[in-house]
Ligand binder design. Structure first.
Ligand code: HEC
Ligand code: HEC
Length: 319
């Protein structure tokens, strides 16, 4: 397989050379085929995502760097698409590399993938747009935009060397023991442990993202679920002393945060179309009653927040 890729790349380079259109494009091809050839053998325990510093100067390397910048400074880079003050890396910590914070390492190797919430097999583009529209409470990026393709280039880079379809030890966020938080105790945890960075009104501060209100993630984000938020907080917050809260404190503060107002998510009741929503989903879906639904704030452009599931090009209604 690798040999075949190299042959195709070399054949392509030769063809371009023959037409006299060599130069930077040819260099790009050679650089890319070289990168592929250096992939280490698969060892899930020993695998580490590559470092940006090791990147060269070809077009793919530039796309990966731009993708990284978009993921780390999303709100600033895409003001027309993001209304709030979150970046992808507000949750996918350490540029998507931290194991307990929904790591983006290795994910590219698992797409296309079936997602229960959608009830369909979806592409990586759609998965990115779920976070754009739900977790950033923003608008969907066109799949064929430079920005989307650059983000994908960065995500693919974070999965270099992971064979398609394989899994890593850390995916998503660790499951918490079953519990339900208490908002009264949660207020106290928030006041003593979180407010100094996230603000007394939860709106965030310079370089610190909002936890609720119009600038925060929408009710359709996984982070708006109490158990998911508790897991994130338990393992990653407070930012300067992660791991210092108990499970109970994490649940209590998560209960408080998830009870506060946040942007609505259009079409949310169509999630989990075949049922099976997790117990802490804060809105009604098929066969599920909303768990402690928070007050919702209207979205400015709800139509732009809808990522339709893939439709059939042939238009026939097969089942
Ligand atoms: C508010 C927090 C938050 C923000 C902001 C956010 N995400 Fe996510 N993201 C999550 C959570 C939580 C998951 C689900 C992890 C799981 O499967 O449990 C997730 C999942 C993903 C996945 C799928 C991972 C997998 O293993 O299948 C991708 C890809 C992704 N996010 C990309 C992005 C990108 C790109 C952005 C910025 C445009 C972004 N996310 C912004 C919280 C966030
Ligand atoms: C020292 C400052 C600091 C403290 C204290 C802190 N955070 Fe954070 N928090 C951050 C920063 C910074 C980020 C974003 C990380 C990044 O951009 O790299 C973040 C991200 C988050 C996120 C995901 C993004 C978002 O806006 O939803 C949640 C949830 C969160 N913090 C909850 C909490 C909770 C709950 C507490 C208290 C237990 C807390 N944090 C304490 C600095 C802090």
């Amino acid at each position: 397989m690798r040999a075949l890729v190299t042959i195709i790349a070399l054949a392509g380079a030769a063809a371009i050379g023959a037409c006299g259109a060599g130069g930077s494009r040819e260099r790009d091809r050679v650089a890319q085929s070289g990168a592929a050839a250096k992939q280490p053998a698969w060892d899930p325990a020993g695998w580490r995502a590559p470092s940006l510093e090791a990147l060269g100067t070809d077009s793919l390397a530039s796309a990966i760097r731009r993708g990284h910048a978009l993921v780390a400074a999303t709100a600033e880079s895409l003001p027309r698409f993001v209304g709030g003050n979150l970046n992808c890396t507000s949750c996918h910590l350490e540029d998507g590399r931290r194991g307990t914070a929904a790591p983006l390492t290795g994910t590219y190797a698992r797409y296309p993938r079936y997602i229960e919430r959608t009830g369909a097999v979806v592409s990586m583009e759609d998965r990115v747009n779920y976070c754009m529209t739900r977790s950033l409470a923003g608008s969907r990026l066109p799949n064929d935009s430079r920005e989307m393709q650059d983000m994908l280039a960065y995500l693919a880079f974070l999965s270099r060397g992971v064979p398609m379809g394989s899994h890593l030890a850390q995916e998503g966020m660790p499951t918490m023991p079953k519990d339900v938080g208490d908002t009264t105790r949660g207020v106290e945890v928030y006041r003593t442990t979180c407010a100094r960075c996230h603000g007394t009104d939860g709106g965030g501060m310079l370089k610190v993202p909002a936890l609720w209100g119009p600038k925060s993630y929408s009710v359709g984000a996984s982070m708006a679920r109490q158990e998911r938020a508790a897991s994130f907080v338990r393992h990653n917050m407070p930012f300067d002393k992660p791991g210092t809260l108990t499970d109970r404190e994490a649940y209590d503060v998560a209960a408080y945060i998830t009870s506060k107002p946040r942007p609505d998510m259009p079409n949310k009741t169509r999630d989990w179309p075949f049922g099976g929503a997790p117990a802490d989903v804060p809105y009604d879906t098929r066969g599920h009653r909303a768990f402690l639904p928070p007050p919702l704030l209207p979205r400015t452009n709800p139509a732009s927040a809808i990522v339709p599931p893939p439709h059939r090009a042939v238009g026939e209604r097969e089942r």
